[in-house]
Ligand binder design. Structure first.
Ligand SMILES: [Ca+2]
Length: 246
């Protein structure tokens, strides 16, 4: 409902529905040509929103003022940003059955080590541990965190279990591709639909809008360099795809 009102107020042209043949989508919100960041502030404000243009514009001014400053660095040259990727060099060992199954069910992947498969020119990686893993320790670099709960720098990660798969053999699916125009990708392409319970964004980006296909609804928004150890019972095991905006 809020989006409809925002749309009329700002003449935004978002496309909430995308197809696999059209992976580029418009930003959800534009104000004077600038992308509006979407975060929890919005949902808190939403209950107070009325279909009153002055209120909407006032809210947007506040949101834009509060957030765009933090996005300036990401906007410059965002389309040419280097994207993290792994080398698509095949591992020489014999795949475990669950890895072989994932490779078979989701073509185009290359097993790159005993626990990982990469797709899409090395910008998508699925980790399937053979046994429960202890909680990953964050490694701190001089500037950015090299890993956050096992999610490498430059990537955003979805975890099968709560607390970032700590002490479980839960799978992790990670992506690095994102764009200023919005890049949609499907967890379901990698057997990860209706799986996510926690997530990490270890990358500077605008936001990731995570969506449930069954209800065509937003489940949550992820901002740059943030994380959630538990998506909550209402959103748990429902995520199917997302749109990432730089
Ligand atoms: Ca779902």
């Amino acid at each position: 409902m809020y989006r409809q009102r925002a749309l009329s107020a700002t003449r935004v042209r978002p496309q909430r529905r995308v197809t696999r043949s059209s992976m580029m989508v418009w930003p959800l919100y534009l104000v004077d040509g600038k992308r509006l960041f979407v975060n929890d502030y919005e949902s808190k404000q939403e209950s107070n929103m009325r279909a009153n243009t002055s209120e909407i514009l006032s809210f947007m001014f506040v949101a834009a003022t509060g957030v765009l400053g933090g996005c300036v660095g990401n906007d410059a040259g965002s389309e040419s940003q280097d994207v993290a990727r792994v080398e698509m060099v095949p591992w020489s060992g014999t795949p475990r059955p669950e890895i072989a199954q994932a490779l078979s069910e989701h073509p185009g992947g290359v097993q790159i080590n005993k626990d990982q498969i990469a797709w899409n020119n090395g910008t998508v990686v699925l980790t399937i541990p053979s046994e429960p893993q202890p909680a990953a320790q964050d490694s701190k670099g001089p500037i950015a965190l090299a890993t956050v709960h096992g999610c490498p720098s430059g990537w955003f990660c979805f975890y099968q279990d709560i607390n970032f798969n700590a002490n479980t053999a839960g799978r992790r699916l990670q992506f690095s591709d994102c764009s200023s125009g919005g890049t949609a990708q499907f967890l379901t392409d990698y057997g990860f639909g209706n799986q996510t319970s926690s997530w990490v964004v270890n990358k500077s980006l605008g936001f990731v809008d995570v969506i449930d296909s069954e209800t065509d609804s937003d489940l949550w928004f992820e901002s740059g360099n943030s994380s959630s150890s538990w998506v909550g019972s209402a959103a748990n095991d429902r995520a199917d795809w997302f749109i990432c905006f730089l």
